[in-house]
Write a protein that binds this ligand. Structure first.
Ligand code: GLA
Length: 555
């Protein structure tokens, strides 16, 4: 299961008993079912990340390693992935830092704050995605509840010396990390990467044949010619290491080099996925301890794009070490001499936008995992505004892959999804089954005017300039003094959005082109007004009246 991203948070909210199924390492049983079932009763508090307590007394009370009261030696050794451990320790400044550990799978920072006679904990899986918990010391027990939840409190006790030894054995040691030194721009991703990824639709149900069929469909549907050239194989391709430690693909990918050749012959590029941790989010082999070797393997296969997903690296490192962990792989990639687009995936923690480019990232995830749902897509997309200044040629904010064509949003919602990602200068990585896409899906993904907004050479991501709930206007400055204007209606009923040019930051008169329909709306003077359908968008490109007219596409 994706223990990275928001799904661990979901797992922690799942109620249920300790299960004896799902021995570690487990593969994700279905797209949305967490491999690790967890309830507050299963929580073990183990160690590491965060927050100042209101005093040393409080810190000493909570410091230590907490495991579920009912933990048995058998469970810890045979099914560590079913165990939750909370660890609290004091940092050198006397502040308490916490980490939730799922032994052998994941480690997630936990913020701690004293509130009267109890503690407020916050698990931060991803930027903006916190799971709050309340913890109360009762004698030698720690009772953990979910605020507002109906489930019984989880009762934790301190780990025994034997359990501590087992936990230590399960914890991989930190590896040497390079000193932080900004890597030079690698010259790639001058505009946001475009392509396809297996994850959103196929999850781990992937093989060589499916990838070739998807590649053929990208060509036949016109998607490749619209710019979707990266074919990214996400989690689930990895096999075991050979006697020299070289990572091999699993039996579903008999010849990765031949697959790369197949893509390259068609004007496409191969993307692969790995993790700095010992395991990927879906439980496959990670690159921990094999970073340089794996980079060389990927380069030899002809890989053009690497997604490096935090996952179990949280067991090994703290969030503060993320920059160096990513830099290490970026340096390993650079050392191969092959141009490889580097995709940082750590769910937007640790303010990645402030160091992602220095660590060699061409793009970095700014959120937990997207899903094919209006509430999740829109929550993610509309929360990107403040990050826009950090995007630019060679280094992009990545609010996650597209869900168009996966069937659980309306046409208006998918149009909003695509428009918002274009306004954000977000990577456009399609996530549907391209082989069986409807003409409507392909049309939404290949609209040249919308893609031209996303791929505008200035590379300046858009900002929200008007917010009148549930209506929002965003603008994005484009090449040639043009401005993209997106009028969004996040509400449930049709609504008219009016905005003045002053609000939109536009001077003088402007000719307007409707990006989705390609229709000219003539010359506008001083304001914009549009009726916008529920969950819908009107997307315009404005050209100053004195400048040449806006063209629907930048060829
Ligand atoms: C995490 C990532 C996803 C995907 C899965 C694969 O959840 O955020 O994008 O790569 O892992 O397991």
């Amino acid at each position: 299961m994706p223990v990275g991203g928001q799904r661990l948070g979901a797992a922690l909210r799942t109620s249920g008993e300790l299960t004896s199924g799902e021995p570690f390492p487990s593969r994700r049983p279905s797209r949305y079912e967490p491999v690790v079932r967890c309830t507050p009763r299963l929580m073990v508090i183990t160690a590491a990340a965060l927050l100042a307590l209101a005093g040393a007394a409080a810190a000493s009370e909570l410091a230590g390693t907490w495991v579920p009261q009912e933990l048995t030696p058998e469970l810890l050794t045979r099914q560590p992935g079913n165990v939750r451990v909370l660890v609290f320790k004091e940092d050198p400044h006397g502040a308490l830092v916490g980490k939730l550990l799922v032994p052998a799978l994941a480690g997630v920072p936990v913020a701690v704050r004293r509130d009267g006679d109890h503690f407020r904990l916050a698990l931060t899986m991803a930027r903006g995605m916190e799971t709050p918990l309340d913890a109360t010391l009762s004698g030698d027990r720690l009772l953990v509840t979910q605020p507002g939840g109906t489930s019984q409190p989880a009762t934790l006790r301190r780990a025994s010396p034997e359990e501590m030894r087992t936990l230590d054995r399960l914890a991989p040691p930190k590896l040497p990390l390079p000193p932080m030194k900004a890597l030079a721009d690698n010259g790639l991703a001058r505009t946001p990467p475009m392509g396809f990824s297996t994850w959103n639709h196929f999850a781990t149900a992937i093989d060589d044949r499916t990838i070739r069929e998807v590649a053929d469909a990208l060509v036949a549907s016109g998607m490749r010619d619209a710019g979707y050239v990266h074919v990214n194989i996400d989690d689930g391709w990895q096999g075991t290491r050979d006697e020299h430690g070289a990572l091999r693909a699993n039996e579903k990918f008999p010849d990765m080099k031949a697959l790369a050749d197949y893509l390259h012959e068609r004007g496409l590029k191969l993307g692969l996925y790995t993790s700095p941790g010992p395991k990927s989010c879906a439980g496959f082999a990670g690159s921990y301890g094999h970073e340089e070797q794996d980079a060389r393997t990927f380069a030899a296969w002809g890989v053009d794009y690497l997604k490096y997903d935090w996952c179990s690296a949280g067991l090994v490192y703290d969030d503060a070490e993320m920059p160096a962990v990513y830099l290490k792989m970026a340096q390993a990639i650079r050392a191969t001499g092959r141009p490889i687009t580097f995709s940082i995936c750590q769910y937007g923690r640790a303010d990645v936008w402030t160091w992602g480019a220095d660590a060699g990232g061409n793009l970095w995830r700014t959120t937990g995992d997207i899903a094919d749902r209006w509430d999740i897509m829109s929550a993610i997309g509309f929360a990107q505004d403040a990050l826009s200044p950090f995007a630019g040629p060679g280094h992009w904010n990545d609010p996650d892959m597209l869900e168009l064509g996966n069937g659980h949003m309306t046409a208006a919602e998918y149009r909003t999804h695509m428009s918002l990602w274009a306004m954000l200068a977000a990577p456009l990585i399609a996530g549907h089954d391209v082989r069986h896409a409807s003409p409507e899906t392909t049309a939404l993904l290949t609209n040249r005017a919308v893609i031209a907004i996303d791929q505008d050479p200035l590379g300046r991501a858009g900002r929200r300039v008007v917010q009148r709930d549930p209506l929002e206007a965003w603008t994005r400055q484009l090449d040639g003094k043009r401005t993209a204007v997106a009028l969004f209606n996040r509400g449930e009923t049709p609504a008219k959005l009016e905005a003045t040019f002053a609000e939109l930051g536009i001077a003088g008169r402007a000719s307007a082109l409707d990006a989705w329909s390609g229709r000219s709306l003539g010359t506008l003077d001083g304001k914009i007004a549009a009726d916008v359908e529920p969950h819908g968008v009107v997307l315009l490109v404005l050209t100053p009246a004195s400048a040449p007219a806006a063209s629907p596409a930048r060829e």
